[in-house]
Design a protein around this ligand. Structure first.
Ligand SMILES: [Zn+2]
Length: 327
């Protein structure tokens, strides 16, 4: 029987702070927090945040500053409140039009121990602690949304950030608009021999493999999307009675919510074959084949920040070595 336990501690699905949603409309309280030097402020510039090596090996912390140290103008966020009542705030520094939404946009200073540097969430998500991972994910998701939704979709007038950055309001018609998350499914397919089906996208290097994935379309359930995407990308029919939901994590590059599944191919399914337009090739792996490929470097799977890797390792058992790198 497959392991049906939900994936825990997904890299981008960690958070320790109360989001303080009930304070978002309390403009007086928010203003006080911006005057309170015990408040901690995360500054985002072009999607990047400043980090510094923390005391423990290999770990890094976000650089959080006091309100008086903030020199950047931009949308102000309420990101959370800790158990001691300390408010965690954010500033989406106004950046050059068209700046990258996700990773590596800001110029980085040399990576020297003890020296802070500006980095994207994708670069450091798995090295941050739970609190900081949660802060950065929420701030990055909000940053992407504010940057790309400056106007009212009803009347075209520029909107204003409201509710501690968790909505935008139109001054002309008072309509209120909220950050978007686009659901996507990501699926580890197995066969009767318990091999795993992985695919290589057409724009990936030879040897890079991952689970198949796709966006939920308008009017679809996530389950319908799984069936459709596996048919479109790999030409297969899945057995819907074997579909297991394994967990989700936000993927704010720019605005996805990844819903992770595992499913068996149907007994009567056609043979798996890549569609040639999105997926260059698909391949069935035994555990031994995948482990050997990862160990030799002939096969590379996604980095630990992704739910794809967690789905693969959930099927495989222990952690696998190696990962691809986009650098
Ligand atoms: Zn409007």
């Amino acid at each position: 029987m497959p392991d049906r336990r939900l994936l825990t501690s997904l890299t981008l699905a960690r958070a320790t702070l109360d989001r303080g949603a009930e304070r978002r409309d309390d403009s007086e309280w928010l203003a006080q927090r911006w005057l309170d030097e015990s408040s901690r402020v995360l500054i985002l510039r072009g999607g990047s945040a400043r980090v510094i090596e923390s005391g423990s090996e290999g770990a890094i912390d976000l650089v959080l500053v006091a309100p008086s140290e903030v020199t950047d103008d931009g949308v102000r966020l309420l990101l959370g409140i800790d158990d001691d009542g300390v408010a965690y705030l954010g500033v989406l520094a106004q950046s050059v039009e068209g700046a990258d939404d996700s990773a590596g946009a800001a110029s980085s200073t040399p990576d020297l121990a003890g020296i802070d540097r500006w980095v994207g969430l994708r670069d450091v998500g798995s090295e941050l602690g739970d609190r900081d991972a949660g802060l950065f994910v929420a701030a990055a998701a909000l940053a992407n949304w504010h940057r790309t939704h400056p106007r009212c979709p009803r009347c075209g007038v520029p909107t204003e950030a409201t509710q501690g950055g968790w909505s935008r309001t139109c001054p002309a018609d008072s309509s209120q608009h909220f950050p978007r998350s686009d659901p996507a499914i990501i699926v580890l397919v197995t066969d009767s021999a318990d091999r795993a089906l992985l695919g290589r996208r057409v724009d990936w290097a030879p040897g890079w493999f991952s689970t198949l994935a796709g966006f939920v379309e308008a009017g679809e359930s996530a389950e319908m999307t799984v069936s459709r995407e596996m048919a479109e990308e790999a030409g297969i029919t899945i057995d819907p009675n074997t579909l297991d939901y394994l967990g989700s994590q936000p993927w704010p590059f720019p605005a996805s919510l990844m819903l992770g599944y595992r499913v068996r191919i149907a007994a009567h399914s056609p043979v798996a074959v890549g569609d040639g337009s999105e997926i260059a090739e698909v391949r069935w792996f035994t555990r031994d084949e995948l482990a050997a490929g990862c160990a030799s470097g002939d096969i590379r799977i996604p980095p630990p920040i992704s739910i794809a890797r967690r789905l693969i390792e959930h099927w495989y058992g222990p952690a696998l070595p190696g990962a691809w790198s986009r650098d």
